[in-house]
Design a protein around this ligand. Structure first.
Ligand code: PLP
Length: 382
């Protein structure tokens, strides 16, 4: 059976990247690897839109979240966390693991945090040192107002720690321009690579905090990583093959151009939303829709867990349902990374087949028609 992957990580890997993994492994202490690494370092700065060093960790994205907390804070520091879903909740769990005092800003699932919620929380906790949040909460598809969060945080001298795991390379997140103090992501999202690499950059202010940090860490030592970067190395054995793949991925992103990459994701998001609406399904994140994924609530009377299962097992199309308290209640179709319009027509064709089978009264072609109509109306020459 031919298979299709429309999940928010891992995302599809282009053939030109997969081919690289079949090449003989390089040694990392060679001029060849150093030249490759130098190119990759610059490419990452372009995608992060920063002059700061972007460090590469051999881990998934959570490793970079862990490193952010354990390298910057001191035991007992108070931090605000935006909990708008599973990944916001992860910030709180990591911070608590390291003995920080966390104040959670709890956000309704499928919504974005508001500036007013943050202002209120800061008023009640003026001694907080930082705010930890997602650029995009993948478990619901809600986009967070990153620029506004940064503006508020700067007014109150709070450090901004942004999980950009499904944001960097998907939509505009200019680290330096917006004053994001810590920005991180992972390889299996917009970088179109398999899982196993994480990327993290710190502002000057964050590096100042890091000087005073007293939290334990060994493997994820960002000062050591920064030092290693000076000689085009990582602190430990780098994930060499993935970094070779990253070179190709960054070349692809830079050849397309960041602006066009963002526009492609934006268009796919618009098309997916039209498709969902055409079926009369209720979307999540209505006020803060995402160019990375489109989610909707499972309609009454339909078995929510059966939708992704049937799509995958019977038709080879892998999408995702909900996680934790949203299990069986929502469906998420991803359009993030190496994804084009015909991946979406496949996903929605399959969704229609399965919904019909589960008792939905749709007419075949409804969502695919809406999707194509929206796509055709977009001026993609921009
Ligand atoms: C926003 C966000 N944060 C954190 C993570 C966790 O990343 P990883 O599974 O690579 O550790 C994910 C994974 O999907 C995510 O989407």
């Amino acid at each position: 059976m031919k298979t299709y992957l429309l999940t928010p990580g891992p995302t599809p890997v282009p053939e030109s990247i997969s081919a690289i993994f079949a090449k003989p492994i390089l040694h990392h202490r060679t001029p060849e690897f150093q030249a490759l690494f130098q190119e990759v370092k610059v490419g990452l700065q372009v995608v992060f839109q920063t002059q700061q060093d972007v460090m590469l960790l051999a881990s998934t994205g959570t490793g970079a979240m862990d490193a952010a907390v354990s390298n910057i804070f001191k035991k007992g520091d108070k931090v605000l966390t935006v909990n708008a879903g599973k990944f916001g909740d992860r910030w709180s769990k990591i911070a608590r693991t390291y003995g920080l005092e966390t104040v959670e800003i709890l956000v309704e699932r499928g919504s974005a945090v508001t500036g007013a919620q943050i202002q209120d929380c800061i008023k009640m906790h003026p001694d907080a040192k930082a705010i930890l949040f997602q650029a995009h909460e993948t478990s619901t598809g809600a986009m967070m107002p990153v620029q506004e969060i940064c503006q508020i945080a700067q007014k109150h001298q709070l450090l901004t720690v942004c999980d950009g795991i499904t944001g960097v390379g998907v939509f505009d997140l200019p680290m330096d321009r917006w004053g994001i103090d810590v920005l991180l992501t992972g390889s299996q999202k917009a970088f179109m690579l398999p899982p196993g690499l994480a990327f993290i950059a710190l502002s000057e202010r964050a590096w100042q905090y890091a000087k005073d940090s007293d939290l334990p860490h060994f493997y994820f030592d960002l000062k050591k990583e920064r030092k290693a970067l000076e000689t085009h190395q990582t602190a430990w054995t780098p994930a060499i093959s993935l970094i070779q793949g990253l070179q190709e991925s960054l070349r692809m992103i830079r050849a397309e151009g960041l602006e066009k990459v963002f526009n492609r994701h934006k268009t796919l998001g618009q098309c997916a939303r039209k498709a969902v609406d055409s079926l009369g399904l209720e979307r999540l994140a209505k006020d803060c829709p995402s160019p990375a994924i489109t989610g909707f609530w499972v309609p009454e009377g339909i078995d929510g867990k059966a939708i992704p299962k049937l799509m995958r097992d019977r038709y080879g199309v892998t999408i995702t349902g909900g996680q934790d308290e949203l299990t069986g209640k929502i469906i998420r179709i991803s359009h993030l990374g190496y994804v084009g319009i015909f991946d979406l027509t496949t996903a929605f064709s399959c969704l229609e087949l399965v919904l019909k089978e589960l008792g939905h009264g749709l007419s075949f072609g409804t969502s695919v028609g809406a999707l194509l109509k929206e796509y055709a109306s977009e001026d993609r020459a921009k």
